[in-house]
Write a protein that binds this ligand. Structure first.
Ligand code: GTP
Ligand code: MG
Length: 345
């Protein structure tokens, strides 16, 4: 592995199994198999095709990519608030793990975390059934490693999936970019973009559109990228954006985001460009408000929820920025007002 400035990684005990291909028969189907994931909540489980959930009409987001590319880490950091350093101790996934994410009326989908090596030729792997119900396929590439094999796998995965379902959004996460310099990031993205599209063109499949994101679990880029993936699956997005546009043009507010409280991904924002610093500021504000609410927001007997529809917070920064946050239906409006000291009311 050609590690460039990487964070320390534990010994990969499974290195010798690198070429092992996993068929569906290996994914486990009994109740015992779910303990492969110690963090699994009640809703999280190992795929069982007889499970009524799997036929439910919820957009499905697949996390695919080579082993140790960072798929499970992404899921844990974004949806389970796991700290990035803790992901060093995650075990390799050996079964498809499915999780329902139903945080609000807008954020309502399933995430399927795949083991690194899927064998499309294994007759027990019913990829047609999997791709048929898929809204987005996130393919994770470890940018700190040699990515040629990952590109070949990306091509195979995308072409297979496209044959089954032409409506899938193909999202490529060029991941672990925390280990790359700024120049190296741009160069890697350009190279991966070029090679992946050339491969598709050679196969006569230029019509397949791939979106690329530079991501890392060590900063907010993974939340931003996931926000964009999820937004594409929200049919009400144009309406929400329109409402936020009308809102900012009538209120003197500089920027407005609609956040999912639980994951901190933003569901919508007005059409002014998103600047990373502003997004990070809003994420930090959500953390502060939730932390303070959990300490002071409960009744003395511990009853009630720490934050609810009545929750509001205003933070004034010393650079004339005012942050205003309001909860509604498990979403936060986070508004940013720069320049004058008035806030929305
Ligand atoms: N530097 C860096 N390391 C990361 C990042 N994301 C994940 N990792 C590390 O990459 C290693 C593998 O992560 P996993 O999430 O287990 O990878 P996976 O793709 O789920 O692997 P399999 O389950 O074997 O397919 C872990 O040691 C993580 O800490 C990142 O953004 N930056
Ligand atoms: Mg994994």
């Amino acid at each position: 592995m050609s590690q460039v400035l990487g964070k320390p990684q534990p010994e990969d005990e499974d290195d010798d199994e690198e070429d092992e291909l996993v068929g569906l028969a290996d994914y486990g189907d009994g109740p015992d198999s779910s303990d492969a994931d110690p963090d699994s909540g009640a809703e999280e489980g190992v795929l069982d095709f007889s499970d009524p959930f799997s036929t439910e009409v919820k957009p499905r987001i697949l996390l695919m990519g080579l082993r140790r590319s960072g798929k499970s880490s992404i899921q844990k950091v974004v949806f389970h608030k796991m700290s990035p350093n803790e992901t060093l101790f995650l075990e390799s996934t050996n079964k498809i793990c499915r999780e329902d994410v139903s945080n609000s009326s807008f954020v309502n989908f399933q995430i399927w975390d795949f083991p690194g090596q899927i064998d499309f030729f294994d007759p027990t792997f019913d990829y047609e059934m999997i791709f048929r119900g898929t809204g987005a396929l996130i393919f994770v590439i470890d940018s700190q490693d040699d990515y040629m094999e990952a590109l070949a796998r990306l091509h195979l995965t995308v072409t297979r999936a496209y044959k089954v379902n032409t409506d899938i959004n193909f999202e490529v996460f060029i991941h672990k970019v925390d280990g790359l310099s700024d120049d190296h990031k741009i160069e890697t993205q350009r190279d991966i973009h070029q090679r992946a599209n050339d491969d598709l063109a050679d196969a006569g499949l230029e019509k397949i559109h791939l979106s690329f994101y530079l991501t890392s679990i060590y900063d907010h880029s993974i939340f931003e990228a996931f926000s964009k993936v999820v937004q594409k699956l929200i049919p009400q997005l144009p309406t929400l954006e329109n409402l936020l546009n009308i809102f900012i043009s009538n209120s003197g507010i500089e920027k407005a985001f609609l956040f999912d409280v639980v994951s901190k991904i933003y569901i919508a924002t007005d059409s002014t460009p998103v600047d990373m610093q502003t997004y990070e500021l809003c994420c930090d504000m959500i953390d502060v408000v939730i932390d303070i609410s959990c300490i002071y927001g409960l009744k003395e007997d511990g009853a009630g929820t720490p934050y609810d529809k009545e929750s509001t917070a205003i933070i004034k920064l010393n650079n004339t920025t005012v942050l205003y946050l309001k909860e509604t239906d498990n979403c936060f409006y986070c508004l940013l007002n720069v320049g004058d000291q008035q806030h929305a009311s």
